[in-house]
Design a protein around this ligand. Structure first.
Ligand SMILES: Cc1cc2nc3c(=O)[nH]c(=O)nc-3n(C[C@H](O)[C@H](O)[C@H](O)COP(=O)(O)OP(=O)(O)OC[C@H]3O[C@@H](n4cnc5c(N)ncnc54)[C@H](O)[C@@H]3O)c2cc1C
Length: 456
């Protein structure tokens, strides 16, 4: 039977975790290992909100392991070196890990395999851990990935998915394995004040509550900005405290709300399979229109106003302030703020994607970059030149202005549709509101974008 190491990456959970399940079944003793990788920090990916959420996840994972007779081993440093050192220390014959999707994760896997094999140890890579359907498992005739969502979804729904695996009951860690102290949320500064709590226990509670109370009506209310009717499970999916396979399984045959939710999980897998096939699309156009974007320098005033939630377009500002305050933003808000930056202001989508990655607790390369590209029209959207009008979006998805008033307190006193167009107030009344005028004329913004795309 021997000893196995389980390297936790984007699967910080005990339930439905194939690497952990397989190690627990096949080895006498298991080292549950998490490596704090300095490469993530030096690439600018360890934003405070994600670092704090990660600390919660590791603490909860450790607590769950201790209930089962084990504990989490934490090390810092180069992943290959640390895994090899731990594996050598306990003379492990196998190391289990979830298959990665990004270029970085794949390179890490290759390095790890080569280093372990040189020491006659085996790397066992498990699919369908981070996604419900592994990238590359379904492909269109003659292609390596789907570039259009609808046919992808059709195939995705037909994939036979395994049932969720239970959490191991007991685990034994070999004696004498050294661990660093767990990181703690209290050590992280610069957090969003309304950041949610992380960890598998919290994720499972949240899903159970949402499934009981809100899932049935999800298809009707998911775009309602003030209603906050979406699951808010994205950080849990990002850190893998919840398993997408288990979520699909527990939502199947649950009616139109559940079907709409499963469809969103398919969107997540869709972006993962695009990135897996085109790793360069994390920072380069997936489909270029040879845009000559405005840059943070040439559009400095507008970019700053967008980041600060001071564009003068209330629904844009509300969403940007939600992002600052919670480290999370409603999907409809993400769509309309991204369209505003990339199309109305015609600023390079990478500027917006970077800002989102700096703040989003769920910020990840496949979903963030490919959604930004989708909105900017350089990605997989089949209508790449559509532009969302923030006034129309506000009226449609925040018809009573509640979302705007929640996040833009300067406009508390405004009612009806005026909350989306404060510039229409008579000048004397307007002077009473400490709120900026619009930073761009919408018609001119759209004309600039269409001209740049050769559409005029
Ligand atoms: C510009 C932009 C940037 C985005 N950046 C990210 C990001 O960094 N990380 C991230 O997880 N999502 C991102 N999204 C997708 C989406 O906005 C979030 O997943 C969603 O808002 C999370 O809220 P929720 O968990 O309540 O979603 P729900 O509506 O409850 O959906 C359930 C789950 O489905 C997945 N999902 C939903 N919509 C999408 C989508 N369009 N693409 C991929 N997966 C989706 C998420 O994992 C989500 O948790 C982005 C969207 C846009 C337009």
């Amino acid at each position: 039977m021997g000893v196995s190491v389980v390297l936790f990456t984007s699967n910080l959970r005990l339930h439905d975790n194939p690497p952990l399940h397989s190690a627990a079944r096949t080895a006498d003793a298991v080292v549950p290992l998490f490596v704090r990788d300095p490469a993530i920090g030096s690439a600018g990916f360890d934003a405070p909100n994600r670092r704090a959420f990660l600390a919660d996840c590791l603490a909860d994972l450790d607590a769950g392991l201790r209930e089962r007779g084990a504990r989490l081993v934490v090390r810092s440093g180069d992943v290959t070196e640390q895994v090899c050192a731990v594996a050598a220390g306990v003379d492990a014959d196998q190391v289990h890990v979830a298959a990665g999707v990004s270029g970085y994760a794949r390179r890490r896997e290759e390095r790890l395999r080569a280093a372990l094999e040189a020491e006659r140890r085996r790397l066992c890579v498990h699919d369908a851990v981070v996604t419900a359907v592994a990238p590359g498992e379904i492909t269109p005739g003659g292609g390596d990935h789907f570039a259009v969502f609808t046919p992808y979804l059709r195939h995705w729904l037909g994939v036979p998915m395994r049932g969720p695996l239970g959490a191991p009951r007991r685990l034994r860690v070999p004696d004498g394995v050294r661990s660093e102290p767990l990181p703690s949320r209290a050590e992280v500064s610069g957090l969003s004040p309304g950041l949610a709590a992380g960890g598998e226990s919290e994720g499972r509670r949240r899903f159970a509550r949402w499934r009981r109370d809100r899932m049935a009506a999800y298809h009707e209310h998911h775009d309602d900005l003030a209603g906050d009717a979406t699951s808010r499970l994205s950080p849990h999916l990002h850190f893998g405290t919840l398993s997408p396979v288990e979520l699909v399984h527990r939502s199947r045959d649950g009616g139109p709300g559940a079907d709409a939710f499963v469809r969103q999980l398919a969107w997540r897998d869709f972006h993962h399979q695009v990135l897996a096939a085109r790793p360069q699309s994390s920072w380069s156009d997936y489909r270029t229109h040879h845009d000559r974007w405005r840059t943070p320098r040439s559009a400095a005033r507008e970019v700053e106003a967008w980041r600060a939630g001071r564009t003068g377009y209330p629904v844009v500002d509300a969403a940007m302030r939600q992002l600052q305050h919670e480290g999370w933003m409603h999907n409809r808000g993400r769509l309309l703020t991204a369209s505003f930056l990339a199309k109305t202001l015609y600023v390079d989508w990478r500027v917006g994607a970077r800002h989102f990655l700096d703040l989003l607790v769920d910020g990840d390369i496949p979903n963030n970059q490919l959604n930004w590209q989708w909105v900017a029209g350089t990605g997989t959207d089949t209508r790449p030149n559509r532009v969302l009008n923030p006034v129309v979006q506000g009226r449609r998805y925040d018809p009573h202005g509640e979302y705007v008033r929640r996040w833009v307190p300067e406009l508390q006193g405004l009612h009806g549709s005026l909350v989306h167009e404060p510039w229409r107030l008579p000048p004397a009344e307007r002077a009473g509101y400490d709120y900026p005028g619009p930073i761009v004329d919408l018609t001119e913004g759209v004309a600039r974008f269409r001209r740049s795309r050769g559409k005029e």
